[in-house]
Design a protein around this ligand. Structure first.
Ligand code: C2E
Ligand code: CA
Ligand code: CA
Ligand code: CA
Length: 275
């Protein structure tokens, strides 16, 4: 048993001890793994719901460890945020994603996720400028996805960084919309281009009128603010039809394609329609 805050005793919990040990192991391994090339990006198709054409792809990070196997971003991103390593990963992601996108047709963009920690630590703008310069990718083909949690602080610095990115020509999307707590007034003051509606709403939409009403309301609101709407987690044709009827511009999900290597995205870009 273990002493808890002087107030009592709690049984030793082997699962949480194992989890902590695994976290420490991953933390100890990640720097070396990046140098060894064990991190890589897969790209998930983003499709126009009006034309059915591929218009972009979201870069999603993967870690293939030689002994531990495939490690999920849900597990290692939070660890890398806690120790600041996410900034090194970010530099890698921007460089790699921009390079990959230069192999795609010029109407296909690449979207990179940015963690709130990258705004606080590290030199996000310099990393992005460097990746664009090195790859020669047109800045308007780079999209970044930020989450609502980034907006809690309302810092001048965050605002300035977003403005600078926008001035570069980079497109800014607000990710996982509907799961956070951002005020509409504040959102409308930011230089955003797109809202991504979280997959939980899209998943429930077919069976749950409330979820459907939320997707419809958010879409109308986004359009009122001059933003485009991307729906995540589109898994079947019915969802696709409902979203198109609601005038959502773009869809992303297993219905169009799983996260996949860059050269497969290039092949998809030749398809007439992915609908
Ligand atoms: P996210 O940004 O919301 O990414 C979408 C996640 O939903 C991805 O999981 C994707 O594989 C999954 N997904 C896509 N379509 C479908 C679908 O139709 N059905 C279902 N059930 N799931 C779908 P993944 O790749 O495991 O990434 C999980 C999260 O990890 C991401 O959520 C993002 O928050 C984080 N992440 C991944 N890569 C990066 C990265 O490069 N940088 C940062 N900062 N975070 C990342
Ligand atoms: Ca995302
Ligand atoms: Ca998302
Ligand atoms: Ca999500």
């Amino acid at each position: 048993a273990k002493r808890v805050g002087g107030s009592g005793w709690r049984a030793y919990d082997p699962t949480s001890a194992l989890r902590r040990a695994r976290s420490r192991l991953l933390e100890a391994e990640m720097r070396n793994s990046l140098e060894q090339g064990e991190f890589f990006l897969l790209y998930q198709p983003q499709v126009s719901l009006t034309t059915g054409r591929l218009i972009g792809a979201e870069a999603l990070l993967r870690w293939q460890h030689p002994v531990l196997g495939m490690i999920s971003p849900a597990e290692f991103i939070s660890i890398s945020e806690a120790n600041g390593f996410i900034c090194d990963l970010g530099q890698f992601m921007f460089t790699e994603a921009c390079r990959a996108a230069t192999g795609w047709p010029s109407h296909v963009s690449v979207a990179v996720n940015i963690s709130p920690v990258q705004f606080q630590r590290g030199d996000l703008l310099a990393d992005i400028r460097a990746a664009l310069a090195k790859s020669g990718l047109a800045p308007n083909r780079l999209h970044v996805e930020i989450t609502e949690s980034i907006l809690i602080e309302r810092s001048e610095e965050l605002f300035a960084t977003l403005e600078a990115l926008h001035a570069l020509g980079v497109t800014i999307a607000l990710d996982d919309f509907g799961t956070g707590y951002s005020s509409l007034g504040y959102i409308s003051s930011l230089p955003l281009d797109k809202l991504k509606i979280d997959q939980s709403f899209v998943r429930d939409m077919v069976s749950d009128p409330t979820a459907q009403a939320i997707v419809q309301a958010v879409t109308t609101l986004a359009h009122g603010l001059g933003l485009k709407v991307v729906c995540e987690g589109v898994e079947n044709a019915l969802q696709c039809e409902m979203l198109a009827a609601m005038r959502c511009e773009e869809g992303q999900g297993y219905f169009f394609g799983r996260p996949q290597p860059a050269r497969q995205v290039q092949a998809l870009s030749a398809a007439h329609s992915l609908l």
